[in-house]
Design a protein around this ligand. Structure first.
Ligand code: ADP
Ligand code: UDP
Length: 237
């Protein structure tokens, strides 16, 4: 598939047109940002690792019956996906208290929840991606009630599949962010990526952070953490 015009350059990926109207090529970058773009850096090798990890996760999800945009890996850092019209919503699923939820609710990081917590955020960089509820999403026209119900159900299904996979790889799936969109023929499917940039993975035995928190919080050994996740996931897929 020929790489066509650059359609969009985001913080972590470039999205290109292809010779097919309904197919896009996604190219993963080594650039890293945090705190709504205020902190910037490079994680050497991240693009290739996130692309291949995300592909491994999406393949498992497809095999488990979750509809996704994933089509085909075409290179170390490039993948073909179905073109989606994205919902401007980030869906976060949490199994353990961490990050913004721990701060917002005054919880210590590390406490496991008795059931998963699903949150919605309005994907608006200029507003800092605010936390919203279903009513906000409906009055803003971000999604229909049916779409909200469907994305939450898919998000919980993704959680089940990923938790099992991560556990086999010796990691705890603390939380993660998903994005959904509609295909050209109207199907609501999972899009974007699943990687250490968009999830929290903690080592099951030691609690060591194996994700982007190493970059966000200046914990050091950032590249090594991404490589370690990649190595462990390759062993279980
Ligand atoms: P951001 O926009 O947050 O900086 P990225 O650098 O990851 O993020 O850019 C990728 C962009 O592509 C995101 O805006 C994401 O919503 C969008 N996207 C992901 N998958 C698809 C898809 N299948 N079709 C169209 N857009 C997509
Ligand atoms: N997340 C993401 N993109 C965002 C915000 C959050 O991928 O724009 C992921 C993040 O990596 C974590 C989960 O969503 O796995 C929950 O993030 P949180 O709300 O705790 O925000 P943070 O404190 O990480 O900014």
């Amino acid at each position: 598939m020929v790489r066509g015009e650059l359609l969009y350059e985001g913080k972590a990926k470039r999205v290109y047109q292809t010779e097919r109207d309904d197919v896009l090529l996604v190219s993963y970058k080594d650039d890293a940002t945090a705190f709504n773009g205020q902190k910037r850096g490079t994680i050497v090798g991240k693009g290739a690792i996130n692309n291949q990890l995300s592909n491994a996760f999406f393949r498992q999800l497809e095999a488990s019956g979750v509809p996704t945009h994933w089509l085909e890996a075409v290179g170390e850092r490039e993948t073909l996906v179905r073109r989606l019209t994205m919902l401007p919503i980030e869906v976060v699923v949490r199994n353990v208290a961490a990050g913004s939820l721990a701060s917002r609710l005054g919880l210590e990081e590390g406490g496991r929840f008795p059931r998963p917590v699903v949150e919605l955020y309005y994907k608006r960089d200029d507003l800092g991606d605010p936390l919203i509820n279903d009513d906000h999403a409906l009055v803003l026209g971000l999604a229909t009630a049916e779409e909200l119900a469907a994305v939450k159900q898919m998000a919980l299904q993704v959680n089940e599949v990923l938790q099992g996979l991560l556990e086999r790889a010796g990691m705890l799936l603390v939380d993660f962010k998903l994005e959904f969109g509609r295909t050209v023929d109207g199907q609501l499917v999972l899009g974007d990526e699943i990687s250490p940039d968009t999830c929290r993975f903690w080592d099951l035995a030691t609690g060591e952070r194996l994700d982007k928190d190493r970059f966000r919080r200046d914990l050091g050994r950032v590249e090594e953490a991404y490589q370690e996740v990649f190595r462990r996931i390759q062993e279980v897929v």
